[in-house]
Design a protein around this ligand. Structure first.
Ligand code: G1P
Ligand code: ZN
Length: 544
């Protein structure tokens, strides 16, 4: 096959963020933009030559074009084989699973996760390594360095490659295998959970559920698993056709963007269980009738009940959470006598702990939870875990969570996001706040006293790599915390995230309104960081 070597010039903005390179579609459609980044992956990861690569994405606008370009570039860069999901589709956890089971040297996942899609929306590209997980910082750093030097890229002049029919075909010397995107993943789920018990629950006549696929990638996965294999009635999966623009919606599973599901779950005759996932299928939101389970609580409840699930019957080796995630899971780890690791934000930091067998479960406050069955967070896995739990405990979601609070106390928790702040202002806010830290310890705010204030850094216990500047923390003597960090996934301006947490153990104080229970801390956060003044915003844009 004829190969073109195309001259190009570096783009200076191809530094991967919290989760890959994410930009507006218009950026990715600039001549050479995608090609430069893909060539930078191949240049910085020479072990890909002669090996297998997994490729797929969440089906958003530009997915199909990008798949064709990457296939032609893979061929020109001497990749031996590319395994691609039919139609160019693979959810993030399904891609992770395929990389692992195929023994691939890596994978390329096309997604901007929960960001909106369509011509005016966002697109993204992530490189995953051989363990199936997001590339660690050393690898993303090498890709970024290569992107600053790239002066040509290689691409095969091949005709359109058929990705819509399952089977093997050749593109020059390279093999392309198109696989059903759902099948292997559904089998994996069936191997982890008690499908017969879940089937009985769904057929009991006294239990109903809804899953909102948000017109994103999980539609076909949820239909196969929930409606086909588990026999839930048709209609259980809402918004199940994947659309390139997600039907004009924001595929972010929270009560703002999954509004219809929220209304159902808080309405009369609500289903017993409600759940949603995001654009690429790695996030999850869990609801009971009239009840929202915070992601941090969800992680803690799963850990505390893992012994009831077939895959985790033998116990958990350890658990991990990202630093801003609430400490609810720490309390469970304490009770179980297992280690609990605190990592920086982003799934890539869990990879070493999982590979080294130090942890079994991990999660983030940002609606991400998973286990050692893959190396990504996994939305449907979390939903099935809950369904299995409900089937075994035979209790409503709200009761399971309230019993958890009775035992471990409740970690009231919220995140306030201030979006699209001018980057200079956001940086100024963070540096001014950091400058106040030396004076904060010992200072009193009402009944609260600051114990320490620091800029979080992490030493990976497996490879000793150090990541600094991972969020500003104010820790109070009673265990309350306020954390400030700037998002690494936004595509417009800067997003300030403020995370607030307080542990309540008085058993008659566990059912308060979340925001009200945190009001004093929210007030302190606003004043120490001078948020109103420095962002020009009176209130956060999103509260979760
Ligand atoms: C956000 C979340 C983070 C998650 C990431 C990718 O990153 O906060 O927990 O891992 O998306 O889904 P951020 O925008 O905060 O950098
Ligand atoms: Zn996602």
């Amino acid at each position: 096959m004829e190969i073109s070597v195309v001259s190009t010039r570096p783009f200076t903005d191809q530094k991967p963020g919290t989760s890959g390179l994410r930009k507006q579609v218009s950026s990715f459609r600039r001549p050479h933009y995608l090609e430069n980044f893909v060539q930078s992956i191949f240049d910085s990861q020479p072990m890909l030559r002669g090996s297998e690569l997994v490729l797929g994405g969440d089906g958003r606008f530009f997915n199909r074009e990008a798949v064709q370009i990457i296939l032609r570039m893979a061929c020109a860069n001497e990749i031996r084989k590319v395994t691609v999901g039919r139609g160019g589709i693979l959810s993030t956890p399904a891609a992770s699973h395929l990389i692992r089971t195929r023994g691939a040297a890596g994978g390329i996942v096309l997604s901007a996760s929960h960001n909106p899609g369509g011509p005016g929306g966002d697109f993204g590209i992530k490189f995953n390594v051989a363990n199936g997980g997001p590339a660690p910082e050393s690898v993303t750093g090498a890709i970024h360095a290569a992107s600053l030097e790239v002066d040509h890229y290689r691409i095969a002049r091949s005709p359109h490659i058929d990705i819509d029919h399952v089977g093997r075909r050749q593109a020059g010397e390279m093999e392309v295998e198109v696989v059903d995107p759902v099948h292997d993943y559904a089998d994996l789920m069936e191997s982890l959970f008690d499908f017969p018990a879940m089937r009985d629950l769904l057929h009991s006549g006294s239990f109903t559920m809804r899953f909102d696929a948000m017109h994103a990638v999980t539609g076909p996965y949820a239909e196969e698993i929930l409606e086909q294999r588990l026999g839930a009635p048709a209609g259980t999966v809402m918004r199940k056709e994947p659309l390139a623009d997600f039907g004009g919606c924001h595929p972010d599973p929270n009560l703002t963007h999954a509004r219809e599901l929220g209304q159902l779950m808080y309405g009369r005759g609500a289903p017993d269980f409600g759940a949603a996932s995001d654009g690429d299928g790695d996030r999850n939101m869990i609801l009971g009738a009239g009840f929202f389970v915070s992601p941090s609580d969800s992680l803690a409840v799963l850990a505390a009940n893992a012994h009831l699930i077939p895959a985790y019957r033998g116990g958990l080796k350890g658990v991990a959470r990202s630093m801003p995630t609430s400490q609810a899971i720490d309390a469970v780890a304490d009770a179980l006598g297992i280690p609990c690791y605190e990592t920086p934000t982003g799934w890539k930091f869990f990879g070493n702990l999982l590979d080294d067998g130090r942890i079994t479960l991990c999660g983030e406050e940002s609606f991400g939870t998973s286990s050692d069955h893959v190396r990504e967070k996994d939305g449907l896995w979390a939903v099935l875990f809950w369904l299995n739990l409900i089937a075994v405990r035979n209790q409503p979601v709200a009761t399971i969570v309230r019993e958890h609070w009775q035992r471990y106390g409740r970690h009231y928790y919220t995140r306030h996001d201030y979006e699209e702040i001018e980057s200079g202002r956001a940086d100024a806010l963070m540096s001014r706040l950091r400058a106040t830290f030396p004076e904060l310890p010992g200072r009193r705010f009402g009944s609260l006293r600051v114990r320490t204030a620091d800029d979080f850094s992490y030493r990976d216990p497996v490879d000793d790599s150090v990541s600094t500047g991972q969020g500003l923390r104010i820790l109070f003597e009673d265990g309350s915390r306020i954390v400030f960090r700037l998002s690494g996934t936004g595509t417009m301006g800067a997003t300030l995230r403020v995370y607030v947490e307080r542990h309540e153990t008085r058993t008659d104080q566990l059912d308060e309104d979340n925001q009200a229970a945190l009001a004093a801390l929210i007030e302190i956060a606003g004043s120490v960081a001078d948020i109103r003044n420095l962002t020009g915003k009176d209130a956060p844009d999103v509260i979760t």
